[in-house]
Design a protein around this ligand. Structure first.
Ligand code: ADP
Length: 546
């Protein structure tokens, strides 16, 4: 067979010719801006020529500081295709983290959305490697350039360029794109995706047991393009010709639903907290969303009650998936086995799912022994495969957290069990597991159970120190507007689901669960609020000390 390198340039060429009529569409709050993939190809040529004219060479990092929109998609297409590395910056990181990340990645150019100039401007003087800033969808003169940096307007810069660019086919092991983890533990860590891993991952996303993306789809990409490359959907769209719907900065439930009504997506992807908001909005303002053939939810555990609400109240199928920035991110997807039905089918659907054929998984106990896939034995999940990181990016080749990688496996920090037919169920992140009297309590199980109770909008569970038991669970609950459940009633409602010693005695009623920069429950922040005495805790009687 021919040893043809796998390349994102090949995907771009395919999209702009074979899928020329597919479209990327950006919502502007009331109307849309559309671009065909033929035009994406032409704009990619102009952007590549413009970058080259600025002195950008192969392997240079070109960063984006943008919402999900047409221009961001063009950068996704053009930058790797010209042999450079696309680095989507997480606009929601703290300024110190953003500066750290851009300096660590040695970004040379940053493409900034005009609406984000006020956020980006103050960071710019601290970005040591940046030479050029390109402002898209806004006024470049709004950005003050420090010495050594030139600011350009996107349209002016691209307007004078030819649309022809001979995209090179580079070594498939070269970096094509990079993302940093959100830094909930320590400094954000960089993961570099190669052309090879990106193409193979795109194939996995397009498989029927992945996200089944095809030219017939209109995929609403709510997951930010800086969160694990929007879960690989943009490159899978170049491969499959799926059209993309981009919400730009209109990420609240009401405008998202307005965009859905106008554009009728067949597919959507986002973390659970977005869908909690969408469900709430739908309850207040009913709307038909059956145009969605499937909604992929991942990034944290999907409460089964949410899945059932979409299924039963809105006729929309939610598919649960697991992954990490380090796994490109698609690891496992919860499509139930063909011959399952009823409760058994639901068990599969609420699990984190089955791994793709190229991803291997194993579970290790505390002593480092591999535990069986018997659906019961718990262990820390480790994975390996062609789109799983083998190290973190390091500009000077000093290993970053080498303990996360051993014997060719990635330690995920997730604890769970795997069935004989390969379905993963996660019980917790190892740092969130609650150890009470030497036994584990799954914070995720408690959260799912509390979120299934009437009146509860969100619930996050953390372990808090306890003299007799080491740790005990605290439930932070957000109630709906008219709900008035109290701690005792909520705990009583859990009594038939959990052993007595697992039932939580600490309850805090809060207005909002703190969220991370990618919209997950921020348990670190919640633990800090508890430690600082900021939570108003209702104390019930706990289990009797032994
Ligand atoms: P960060 O680590 O910065 O939050 P990632 O998105 O890379 O960013 O996080 C990956 C982690 O998210 C996984 O290790 C796991 O703990 C959690 N996660 C992802 N998907 C799921 C899921 N479906 N169920 C439970 N946890 C999940």
């Amino acid at each position: 067979m021919q040893d043809e390198p796998l390349s994102l340039a090949t995907l771009l060429r395919h999209a702009m010719t074979a899928k020329a009529d597919s479209e990327v569409t950006t919502w502007t709050g009331s109307e849309v801006r559309r671009m065909t993939y033929a035009e994406v190809g032409r704009q990619s040529g102009r952007l590549a020529n413009a970058l080259r004219a600025l002195g950008v060479e192969q392997t240079d990092r070109v960063a984006t500081f943008m919402w999900n929109n047409n221009e961001h998609f063009v950068a996704y297409a053009a930058v790797p295709a010209m042999g450079c590395v696309l680095h989507a910056l997480n606009i929601r990181l703290f300024p110190e983290q953003l500066t750290y990340v851009a300096n660590h990645a040695q970004d040379k150019v940053v493409i900034v959305d005009g609406s984000l100039v006020p956020l980006f401007g103050p960071l710019l003087p601290a970005l040591r490697s940046v030479q050029h800033v390109i402002v898209a969808n806004g006024d470049p003169s709004a950005l003050e350039a420090p010495a050594g940096v030139t600011v350009h307007g996107y349209d002016e810069l691209l307007g004078t360029q030819s649309e022809e660019f001979d995209f090179p086919v580079v070594d498939e092991r070269m970096a094509a794109a990079m993302c940093y983890t959100s830094g909930t533990t320590g400094e954000p860590k960089g993961v570099a995706y190669s052309h090879r891993s990106s193409v193979l991952h795109s194939m996995q996303v397009c498989t029927t047991d992945g996200m089944a993306l095809s030219e017939r789809d209109r995929a609403l990409v709510i997951v930010p393009m800086f969160h694990a490359n929007a879960w690989g959907i943009p490159y899978a769209a170049l491969m499959s010709g799926a059209s993309l719907l981009m919400p730009d900065r209109f990420l609240q439930p009401a405008p998202l639903l307005e965009m859905m009504a106008a554009e009728q997506p067949t597919f959507a992807a986002a973390v659970p907290t977005i869908w909690t908001g969408v469900l709430g909005q739908l309850a207040a303002h009913p709307q038909d969303i059956t145009h969605l053939r499937e909604v992929i939810i991942g990034g944290s555990a999907v409460p089964p009650s949410m899945m059932k609400a979409f299924d039963e109240e809105h006729g929309v199928r939610v598919v649960h998936a697991w992954g990490m920035t380090e796994t490109s991110p698609l690891g496992s997807v919860a499509h139930p086995p063909a011959r399952s039905s009823g409760d058994a089918e639901w068990e599969y659907r609420i699990s984190q799912g089955q791994f793709g054929a190229s991803v291997q998984a194993r579970l290790l106990d505390d002593e480092g022994n591999v535990v069986p896939h018997d659906g019961e034995s718990l262990g820390e999940l480790e994975v390996k495969g062609p789109w799983i990181a083998s190290s973190y990016y390091s500009p000077d080749d000093t290993a970053v957290e080498p303990e996360k990688f051993h014997d060719g496996w990635l330690r995920t920090g997730d604890v769970g069990r795997i069935t004989p037919n390969g379905y993963l169920t996660l019980v917790d992140r190892s740092k969130d597991v609650i150890k009470s009297g030497g036994e584990w309590i799954s914070s995720v199980d408690l959260e799912n159970a509390v979120m299934a109770l009437p009146g509860v909008v969100e619930a996050a569970v953390i372990g808090v120190p306890d003299d007799a038991w080491d740790e005990r669970p605290l439930v932070a609950v957000v109630l709906g507007e008219h709900a008035n459940a109290d701690a005792e009633a909520l705990r009583t409602a859990l009594a038939d689901r959990f052993a007595k010693w697992q039932l939580p005695e600490h309850w805090a009623f809060i207005d909002e669960v703190p969220k991370t920069s990618v919209g997950k429950f921020n348990k670190k922040a919640l633990r800090a609020q508890y430690a600082d005495g900021q939570l108003d805790v209702v104390e019930l009687e706990g289990p009797t000390p032994r």
